[in-house]
Design a protein around this ligand. Structure first.
Ligand code: OGA
Ligand code: MN
Length: 303
C-alpha cells in the first residue's frame, strides 16, 4: 500500500490528483472532518533570538490517524526563514560537517562550498545532504561515537526550545541530516531506526518549495496519509509515529513565499548577521536557490 501511494504521487504522467493531500491551510475543514485535532500549549515565554514567533501564536495539530505525529504550521518569522536557510546553505556545508559531494574534484579540503557554488551551478545543484553532530554512516546506517562532531549551537538551542514548548523536556539534539531537494528529487519510503534512543521524538523542518509527505505505519502494508509540508512547517514524529514509514514522493512549486520580509520580525539584537538577512542584495542568491529547492532539516537524539 505504501509503495503504491508513493508511485501514485511521484508519477509525472499522469499527474496525481492532490485532492486527498491534507492541507493545513485548510485546517478548519480538516478539524470539522476529524482528520486533525488542535493541540494547545501554555506558554507566555518569548524567545526572539531563534527566528520563531511567540509560542502562543503557533498553530499545532495532531493527525488523528497517526498518533504521535505532530504538525506545527510555520512558526518562523520571515527573517527566521532566511536565517535558517542561510545556515543550511552557507554554514552547515562547512567542515567538520559532511556532505554528499565531499571528495569531488571541486570541493577540495576546507574549500567553501557556498563560495564555489556561486560560480558553479553544477556544484550547487549536486548538493544532496550534509550531516551534523553524530554523523550518520549511510552504508552501515549507524552512528559512530568516533565520528562525532560538535552539533551547531544555534540549531540545538532552537530545536530544544521547540521541544520544550511541546513538552519534550528531556530532548537533546545530537545529530542532524540536512536534505537538499530539487524539483525532481524524491525520498523513498523508510524508517529512521538507527538512533539508540527510539523513544526520543524526531524533528523535521522544511524550507523553500513544498513537499508531499507520506506517513504510514510500522509496515509497508499500511496505507499512508499524504500531507503538504510548506516552508517553515515542522513535523514531529513521536510515540507510535516515531518508527513509521515515511517518504517524499514529490516536490511541487509553492504558492507562498514566507521568506519575503514582512513585519512579523521582532529581532531585538542589532547584530550584523540579521542586517545581512534583510539586505535584499545579500539575500538574493539564497532566495534564488529556494525558488527551485526544498531544504529539510531532520534532527535526532541518538543516545
Ligand atoms: C529523512 C527524512 C523527510 C523530509 O531525512 O530521514 O525522512 O521531509 N526526511 O524530507
Ligand atoms: Mn526519515
Amino acid at each position: 500500500m505504501f509503495k503504491r501511494s508513493f508511485k501514485y504521487y511521484k508519477s509525472k504522467k499522469p499527474l496525481p490528483s492532490l485532492e486527498d493531500v491534507l492541507d493545513m491551510n485548510k485546517s478548519g475543514q480538516l478539524l470539522k472532518d476529524s482528520k486533525i485535532e488542535r493541540c494547545f500549549i501554555d506558554s507566555k515565554e518569548y524567545c526572539h533570538l531563534l527566528g520563531l514567533k511567540p509560542p502562543g501564536e503557533w498553530e499545532i495539530f495532531q493527525i488523528v490517524n497517526h498518533p504521535g505525529l505532530i504538525f506545527v504550521k510555520n512558526p518562523f518569522t520571515s527573517v527566521g526563514q532566511r536565517y535558517w536557510t542561510v545556515k543550511c546553505l552557507k554554514d552547515y556545508t562547512k567542515k567538520p560537517n559532511k556532505m554528499n559531494i565531499d571528495g569531488s574534484d571541486k570541493i577540495i579540503a576546507n574549500s567553501d562550498f557556498w563560495e564555489i557554488a556561486q560560480h558553479d551551478r553544477n556544484i550547487l545543484m549536486s548538493l544532496r545532504w550534509t550531516t551534523l553532530g553524530y554523523h550518520h554512516n549511510w552504508n552501515t546506517k549507524h552512528y559512530n561515537e568516533a565520528e562525532r562532531e560538535q552539533f551547531p549551537e544555534e540549531l540545538k538551542k532552537m530545536i530544544e526550545y521547540i521541544a520544550n514548548q511541546l513538552g519534550y523536556t528531556d530532548f537533546v539534539a545530537e545529530a542532524a541530516i540536512v536534505n537538499y531537494y530539487q524539483m525532481n528529487s524524491t525520498l523513498s519510503g523508510h524508517t529512521d531506526h538507527s538512533e539508540n534512543n527510539l523513544n526520543a521524538p524526531l524533528f523535521s523542518l522544511s524550507f523553500g518549495q513544498t513537499a508531499i509527505f507520506l506517513i504510514g505505519g510500522k509496515t509497508l502494508e499500511e496505507k499512508p496519509t499524504s500531507l503538504f509540508l510548506r516552508s517553515g512547517d515542522i513535523v514531529i514524529m513521536s510515540k507510535e509515529s516515531r518508527l513509521a514509514y515515511h517518504a517524499v514522493p514529490k516536490i511541487i512549486h509553492t504558492e507562498i513565499t514566507p521568506w519575503k520580509i514582512n513585519n512579523d520580525c521582532t529581532w531585538e539584537n542589532d547584530n550584523n548577521e540579521m542586517q545581512f538577512l534583510v539586505d535584499e542584495s545579500d539575500w538574493k542568491p539564497f532566495g534564488e536557490y529556494l525558488e527551485h529547492s526544498r531544504i529539510n532539516v531532520n534532527v535526532r537524539q541518538v543516545v
